[in-house]
Design a protein around this ligand. Sequence first.
Ligand code: SF4
Length: 459
Amino acid sequence: MFHAAIYRTYVLLYHCSGVVSLDLYQKLEVLAGAARYDAACTSSGVNRKAVPGGIGSASSFGVCHSFSADGRCISLLKVLMTNCCAYDCAYCVNRRSNDIRRATFEPRELAELTVAFYRRNYIEGLFLSSAVLKSPDFTAERMIETLRLLRDEYRFNGYIHAKAIPGADSALIGRLGLLADRISVNIELPSSDSLRLLAPDKTKESILKPMGFIRERIEQDAGETVPRGNRQRFAPAGQSTQMIIGATGEDDLKILNLTEGLYKNYKLKRVFFSAYIPAAENPLLPAMDTKPPLLREHRLYQADWLLRFYGFSAGELLDESCPNFNPFLDPKCNWALRHPEFFPVEVNLAPYNALLRVPGIGVRGARRIIAARKTGSLDFAGLKKLGVALKRARYFITCSGKRPDGLDIAPDALLCALLSEQARGRMEMAEIFAPQQISFFEHPAVAREELQKCLTGEL
Ligand code: SF4
């Protein structure tokens, strides 16, 4: 035990003391690579125009982001302040006991890098996270200084998503939130038991307390009557979190209940799910050759969508008798098959909320149906023109009391029809969701030589 502790301390001091000196390119390589495990970034959710004398702008319609083929966000510079971590979370590559290359940005280095990349059009914003360097407060101070430089010295007006470090003082999180557009605290694992087992330096309280603080600050700002400049609003794009899926044994029901609770209690904008990528040989974790559960992650995202936009509750989608999603069916089809008493839905009469529950009818489709039927009754051809996915919807609806001719709605035939469509989708998805994230260094717009020049100021 004693020797192991000395070795850990030595590894930490060695890597964090400057004995290993990296140039800026190498730091970027290490810290952008280390950040790829963090899934919590997507569209900005904030609108802000460029200001005279400033650089950058942000838009709430995803303009400041693009997505790689696997669905990951690539238009932000997604990077860690440091990967030198004082904590030892078993599931994380940056844990202090892991012997990896370490690097730490100086606040000014990172601010200059962000601005240089922004000017070269490589990125449209910054997603800044960090390992715990010395202590949560020390790390938060460095992140604040980076953002302060960007906002005040470089007049950077682009989108910034910052991670709040669990355990950091509320006053520091308050300062961070005034500089960032979105702020997030990672929930990490779906239960406090798993947290205790795999992330002994963290507690449920150290994660939920800052979430509660952020919620209060955002609500305070929303309630203020005196208009303030966008820049001084606290996290105008709200807060989000990330949960690792598949590292521990919690079922989908547990994860979805937690997700629902987070939306209700902390008013989160998003809960991101991140399929666990094996990072350590550990009897408490899946084996190193386990594939990341990407399909499960996808099903949870679909269910999350149903919670946020379709009026479903977690308890409707799953229960103790069926605590996990069917990998072959999307959660809405799964719910529909388990609730035959709800169907068929008559599209010419059903309320909006009932239309939303029909597989193949989305939010836009339901709105169009409500608008279109004011001028006349709808038939199947009309529904197709409105963008309804009739391949699925036809099994669950009637138009003026009629179903499509010759449609077999026996439970087995229905299941077969839906499964074959889903299976096709699943095969396509397996190709799309290859278990890797586009690296900044592989970005087609960023040639290595050009990047080197940018870092050395030649560009
Ligand atoms: S605190 Fe964060 S970076 Fe450090 S080991 Fe835990 S998950 Fe990894």
